[in-house]
Design a protein. Sequence first.
Length: 323
Amino acid sequence: MKQMSKKWLNSLTKINKELVLIFSIIVFAGVINFFVAGQKLVLSFYDLPTLFAAYSFGRTRAVQTAVASVLIVCWLNLMNPVALASGLGIPERQLMAWSDIAIWGGFLLITAYAMGTLYENKEKSLAELRETYYGVLQILSGVISNDKFTQNHSYRVSIYAARLAEEMGLPDERIEDIRAAALLHDIGKLEISRQILYKAARLTDEEFLEMQSHVEKGIETLRPVGGTLRRILPIILTHHDKYDGTGYHPTNGKSIPIESRIMSVADVYDSLVSDRPYRKAMSPFEARDIIAKGAGKDFDPDVVAAFESVFRGGRMEVPELLV
């Protein structure tokens, strides 16, 4: 229920951005029409929703907001012609009022278009994202050529982790970070002995320590990469940490990034339901029970609750066609 509330509030916030923008224009119009005496001065307040639209939605929405503002002011001037004419009804004054509106509207449209260049920042972010994923593809090409099991496992974990993050109501940007981190979380295994990776018997203590080192090796592999990937390094570094502090590092509880806590559940679940060189896959229900028992010890109880909700909805599966 808690996760559903977060998810609902997150989606409602996205919708409300535009609603608040429209509502703010109406409020400004109402204030101008009914409460403010010097209405010419208040016209400058229409810059606020226009700037908000430019910053939040880009050039197109900024211009649309400016046009809407101009139309509302024109409508108000028709409904209350003495307002912008300094209290006079003389035709010359009315003409001057319309002239003022035209000049103000022109400047507002220019401002909207100019501030819409902030949209270019979003374009730069998209370019950075494309560059990041190009780097991901390059790295994954090395994984594919060296380790088929890691490739498929990482892909499935990325899907599971994204679904859990959505269930918990995380913003889109953080969901994408989780997806990228999951794709790369086992990248360090490429430098670990293949005999250890594919060993059919249980690992010895020394071999387990070498397996643990793949997290740090993965971090070193990704450290030279810039852009968005820098944000996923802490996720990769702590995704093996346990909620009670008995994991790879001494971090515990909420001090572990939420992205790492989510990926930990997704990682373990896929490992349990997948064939390994040293054991056969468990059933999804057996894996679910193991994860549920680990709540508060190995896993964050909130993440486990989200996992159980997604599991009940049948969304902890990946079509065979994709893997």
